[in-house]
Design a protein around this ligand. Structure first.
Ligand code: ASP
Length: 438
């Protein structure tokens, strides 16, 4: 009995003393192995998922719980502590970076799809019917207007990130003006309000640290479920799509981000060491929005970006900067073209660059959102997903492996937000270079 207790204590000790990243990686690898093995016993998958899903859902819920308060409080304090003109300049830089890298990402996706030609020779003909997910994709003007909340409290309860960002920035700016009020009492009140928001933001970060202690378990469960359910499917004809997407993602990570960092004299290895906790969390949760608390923490603690910049650029990035999704959209549009015997013309591919960039901006940072935006891209090149059509059948195939593709694209989405944030902070001379070994 005594030895058993000692053993238990030893395991717990080991758990809490081992470096978090190592534990997460162990969860990831074990989860993948268990999932792949289970995938070969289809009858066991259902009961396994039923039994274990709770522990994965718990991790997602804990992260989701903290997202809105983290964004709200860190952004209010961020906006209140930066001069409005600087906020404007940082905003423009961040937006330019996000837009350019996304357009680049689609192009990379298209280039690799032209090389590997996923779907060529499939000759799918209609029937399978996949119109299930054919929800309407929003229009551009709708996306823009929706940034301004008609009721901030409603946006907070619904967790709509862009309106929350908008409101928090405006609120933070308001505080910074009121702090300078000539009326002492009001100025003091604004100071207190700022202090309260700041303390609330710190508290949220502490909670995030606590949630991360559970991450290895959550990671194990989530990964094992995805692999058990989807692994074997991707080994079939869709393997080449999966490979093309992942090659595009890796090239973008090392080539584009690595290049941008190198131009700014920042080392990729330091970047990776600082950022990987967030990137891996994005990989397993398939949600940039859900990963945001971690992204904020690592960017500040490991990469030395001040909160005045990260609290603005990261929530914005988690909502509109989706380079991984852009690559995925490019590759999948090409796949559907090839698979249905309508290879995309050069002009159609140009259209895809534009619509996929915009679609990636409109993609919500939640699991599977990119697959809905794929409809918008397909529509723009005349490939309509109508019930029973060949396009619908090809689209259904993509949906079948969406979770696998979503993991990689979400990881890159988050990696891109972190890169952009670090670069903008450096250009503002606000980056703590000591964290980068300088
Ligand atoms: N899951 C992705 C994200 O959260 C969005 C997508 O589905 O492409 O970044």
């Amino acid at each position: 009995m005594a030895t058993e207790n000692a053993k238990k204590k030893g395991a717990l000790d080991w758990y809490f003393k081992t470096n978090l990243l190592r534990r997460i990686l162990i969860g990831l690898v074990l989860g993948a192995i268990v999932g792949v093995v289970l995938g070969f016993f289809p009858d066991a998958v259902g009961p396994y998922v039923g039994a274990i899903k709770f522990f994965g859902d718990l991790f997602i819920r804990l992260l989701k719980m903290i997202v809105v308060p983290v964004i709200l409080f860190s952004l209010i304090t961020g906006a209140a502590s930066i001069a409005p003109s600087r906020l404007g300049r940082v905003g423009v830089k961040v937006m330019v970076y996000y837009l350019l890298t996304s357009a680049f990402a689609v192009t990379i996706g298209l280039v690799f799809a032209n090389i590997f030609r996923p779907g060529l020779g499939f000759n799918i003909i209609g029937a399978a019917g996949a119109a299930g997910k054919a929800a309407a994709a929003p229009t551009i003007s709708q996306i823009l207007l929706n940034i301004v909340p008609t009721n901030p409290v409603e946006s907070l309860t619904k967790g709509d990130v862009l309106p929350i960002i908008f409101f928090a920035v405006v609120f933070g700016l308001g505080i910074s003006f009121v702090k300078d009020s000539k009326n002492d009492k009001i100025a003091k009140g604004a100071d207190t309000l700022y202090d309260v928001c700041n303390a609330a933001a710190e508290t949220m970060y502490k909670i995030v640290g606590g949630i991360m202690q559970y991450a290895p378990v959550g990671v194990f469960v989530l990964i094992s479920i995805v692999f058990a359910q989807q692994g074997p499917k991707a080994i079939g004809p869709l393997l080449i799509v999966t490979l093309t997407v992942y090659i595009g993602l890796l090239v973008h990570l090392f080539g584009v981000y690595g290049g941008i960092l190198a131009i700014n004299k920042l080392g990729f290895i330091r970047y990776w060491k600082g950022a990987n906790e967030a990137i891996i969390t994005a990989f397993v949760t398939r949600s940039s929005g859900g990963t945001l608390p971690i992204t904020l923490r690592v960017t500040e603690e490991n990469l030395g970006v001040p909160r005045t910049i990260s609290s603005f650029s990261l929530p914005l990035g988690a909502t509109i900067n989706m380079d991984g999704t852009a690559i995925y959209l490019g590759v999948c549009a090409m796949f559907i073209g090839y698979a249905t015997g309508n290879p995309l013309t050069f002009n159609q591919q140009l259209t895809v660059v534009i619509t996929a960039t915009l679609a990636s901006i409109g993609t919500a940072g939640v699991p599977g959102a990119g697959a809905i935006m794929l409809l918008m891209v397909l529509e723009s090149i005349g490939l309509k997903v109508t019930e029973g059509s060949a396009v619908a059948a090809a689209y259904a195939m993509i949906l079948g492996i969406d979770a696998l593709l979503d993991m990689g694209r979400t990881a890159l989405n988050v990696a891109g937000d972190i890169t952009g944030t670090a670069i903008v902070a450096k250009s503002e001379k606000e980056l703590d270079l000591a964290k980068w070994g300088k």
